[in-house]
Design a protein around this ligand. Structure first.
Ligand code: UDP
Length: 380
């Protein structure tokens, strides 16, 4: 393997890899990033009018139970103690998400205790007669019963993925906890927060090393013929594009964001409000000032920045956000990965390069593992 490293993409996976190569192996690394900024989809910036820090590609809350990831990333940022909770609107009424005892009692108009709720849901679940769930719909119904599924999961999922939940892998829904207590935390991890001074400063510090050169506004297609013949390319872009779509395109879901500055101090009272029904075409509204309750100034303003998130079909040229990881697409990805391993001196990484629905912590863990393997290869 050549020690001439070129990283395609300055997102989280690429940035961690660059940082490790530069600081641990003392190697020069050049990153080519097609966007005008580092940080990939984690990027955040201050809105010039209000000073509110906005997550440009949708809300990003860091959460992990992996000690090695927490110890690694906290070298580059402090995190606030923000704890993510979400609300969801269904039939004109606001409920707590993920589904917990408050959601259950509000939907059924009851005052169940946890034990009563468990018993009640067991009867609902038994009625559905699903022995071994095979898809997202069956998985959800076998956890919460049909009425809760139909109220909060079915239509949101249909909007998000543009297909019936029974045609989606069941793993997508196991991202969400379901509880019969009043615990309404969206995440159950040991550590959670948002970077105290923003994702943009986290990425600046990750990449602030004399061995790292960053070329923004530079696509791989533009520079690939200029790289040395023995270059090792670490590629975090779309793998089907890299291979000229020779086996056909991989399926992704995209998103469109519609931004608005509203003339109220507090638009919705929380960072994320989901819209569970089909009559509203967006899935959620983000209100970014709520990620930093410790920053007082934006709360003294009669303005707020909100962003509506619309699921969108993906086609080459648009941003790819969510891999559609069904068995057929995963097989197609494997063909591309084998092709890369065979024909090019290339290492694949990140949500795009690995075709995995990685959270930020899993992205970091995967980059660190890949680096450790590389290090063994290079220094023995
Ligand atoms: N989901 C849902 N209703 C909600 C929130 C989530 O049905 O109110 C489902 C939906 O299928 C979604 C999946 O749960 O794709 C995972 O949700 P998560 O919030 O983890 O998605 P992300 O924040 O990664 O978009």
């Amino acid at each position: 393997m050549s020690a001439k490293f070129f990283i395609i993409g300055a997102g989280l996976w690429g940035a961690v890899m660059a940082e490790r190569l530069a600081s641990q192996l003392h190697l020069p690394v050049t990153i080519f990033e097609k966007r005008a900024h580092i940080g990939g989809n984690c990027h955040s910036q201050l809105d010039p009018e209000t000073g509110i820090e906005c997550h440009i590609y949708g809300s990003h809350i860091f959460h992990t139970s992996l000690p090695e990831v927490w110890h690694y990333i906290t070298q580059f940022t402090e995190f606030t103690n923000y704890r993510h909770t979400v609300l969801t609107k269904h039939n004109g009424k606001i409920y707590s998400m993920p589904i917990n005892l408050a959601t259950i009692n509000a939907l059924y108009n009851r005052n169940f205790t946890p034990e009563e709720a468990k018993e009640f849901l067991q009867r609902e679940i038994a009625e559905a007669k699903i022995a071994a769930p095979q898809n997202l719909e069956e998985q959800a119904i076998s956890l919460i019963g049909r009425p809760l599924y139909e109220a909060f999961i079915k239509n949101y999922t249909q909007k998000q993925w543009a297909c019936a939940p029974k045609d989606l892998p069941k793993e997508i829904i196991t991202r969400l906890p379901f509880r019969t207590s009043y615990n309404c935390n969206y995440f159950t991890d040991t550590w959670q927060g948002v970077p105290k001074d923003g994702y943009f400063n986290l990425f600046k510090r990750l990449l602030d090393h004399p061995n790292i050169t960053i070329e923004l506004n530079t696509s791989y297609a533009k520079i690939k013929d200029q790289l040395p013949k023995d270059a090792t390319v670490i590629y975090t872009g779309l793998v089907d594009e890299l291979c000229n779509y020779q086996y056909g395109p991989l399926a992704w879901r995209s998103l469109e964001f519609s931004w608005e500055t509203v003339n109220v101090c507090d638009y919705q009272g929380t960072a994320v409000l989901n819209y569970a029904d089909l009559d509203v075409s967006y899935t959620r509204i983000h209100e970014f000032k709520h990620y930093h309750p410790e920053r007082i100034e934006p709360f003294n303003l009669a303005k707020s920045v909100i962003c509506r998130e619309y699921p969108a079909n993906f086609s080459p040229g648009l941003e790819a956000y969510y891999p559609v990881n069904n068995a057929q697409n995963n097989l197609l990805y494997e063909r591309y990965a084998e092709e890369c391993a065979k024909t090019q001196q290339i290492i694949l990484g990140g949500r795009l390069g690995k075709y995995k629905y990685f959270d930020m912590d899993k992205t970091i863990a995967d980059a660190l593992n890949t680096f450790n393997a590389l290090q063994k290869e290079i220094v023995g």
